[in-house]
Write a protein that binds this ligand. Sequence first.
Ligand SMILES: Cc1cc2nc3c(=O)[nH]c(=O)nc-3n(C[C@H](O)[C@H](O)[C@H](O)COP(=O)(O)OP(=O)(O)OC[C@H]3O[C@@H](n4cnc5c(N)ncnc54)[C@H](O)[C@@H]3O)c2cc1C
Length: 308
Amino acid sequence: MPAFLSRLRGEIIENAPLGAQSWFACGGAADVVFRPADIEDLQNFLTRWPHEEPLAVLGGLANIIIRDGGIRGAVIQPGKAMGTVEVLDGVYVRAGAGALNGTVAAAAMKAGIGGLEFLSGIPGTVGGALRMNAGAYGSEIKDILTGAYALDRAGQDYRWTTYDMPMSYRHTHVPDDTIFTGALFKGTAETYETVRARMDEIKARRNDTQPIREKTGGSTFANPSSEALKKSGLPESTRAWQVVEMVGGRGLRIGGAQMSEQHCNFMINTGNATAGDLEMLGEELRARALDLFGLDLHWEIKRVGAQL
Ligand SMILES: Cc1cc2nc3c(=O)[nH]c(=O)nc-3n(C[C@H](O)[C@H](O)[C@H](O)COP(=O)(O)OP(=O)(O)OC[C@H]3O[C@@H](n4cnc5c(N)ncnc54)[C@H](O)[C@@H]3O)c2cc1C
């Protein structure tokens, strides 16, 4: 381990079992995980971490398969120390990248700020939500984002506005080495009761339709573009779960990995899955979709690390 790491204020964990800590609860370890004490600590890390060594950034591990061979190099994980949430001027919420989406939604609700309710049901952190342009029930991060704070791999800080950071369906177009450190969201002034009622409704809908108590990573595949659907001869309204259903994916199992019976675009670890099982199951479905419809299904779940 490089000597400079011991001079940082944040938490450093060697051979960190990130796979076991992920929502899928399987997969390998990371050589080093660094949870910075604050942005200055993170900048100190970035200016010293050798350029030739691999570096990744992860958040709440809710949208990720960590392959069984683990992650080489270092993983930055903005945790609780970078998780402050503040309400400003009655309609803004400023949150650190390590804040949980649920905490942001709860702070907005308490202050009677509407528009952020959808975040309440999306597991993970603000950093991951920014990177993924996370969304649910017709709203997404791009609708509430005023600005995002970030560092590049050299520790240089940036402030992105929604004009220079294009966001599309489950994707934010920024350089690969972008490390989000926080965000400023804007909602609308409403009453606590109205916001609370919408959050309760979202909770009930999720409980009814998604396997939220399973070891899962949310939607496995992104909904195909209407262009891709047109080429494959499928109706333009076809959603990813319908493609999974049509290729015989509902309940399909490989090893300990299974496509949920309840929501067939959700992949689950039934107990003893390896990351390899999960990835193989996803690739089997992609192969079937390509074979049957000429449709290239895109993973929404990210995969990192080395295969065994
Ligand atoms: C039960 C369940 C339900 C879900 N429902 C939804 C849903 O309705 N809508 C939805 O959009 N998603 C959903 N997801 C997926 C997941 O919650 C979101 O994608 C979430 O935004 C992931 O955040 P995270 O912090 O866990 O990111 P991680 O899984 O840790 O990482 C995901 C990606 O974000 C990048 N990243 C993380 N932090 C940062 C950072 N600080 N700077 C730069 N890049 C970063 C990582 O490099 C990686 O590429 C669901 C997941 C589960 C388990």
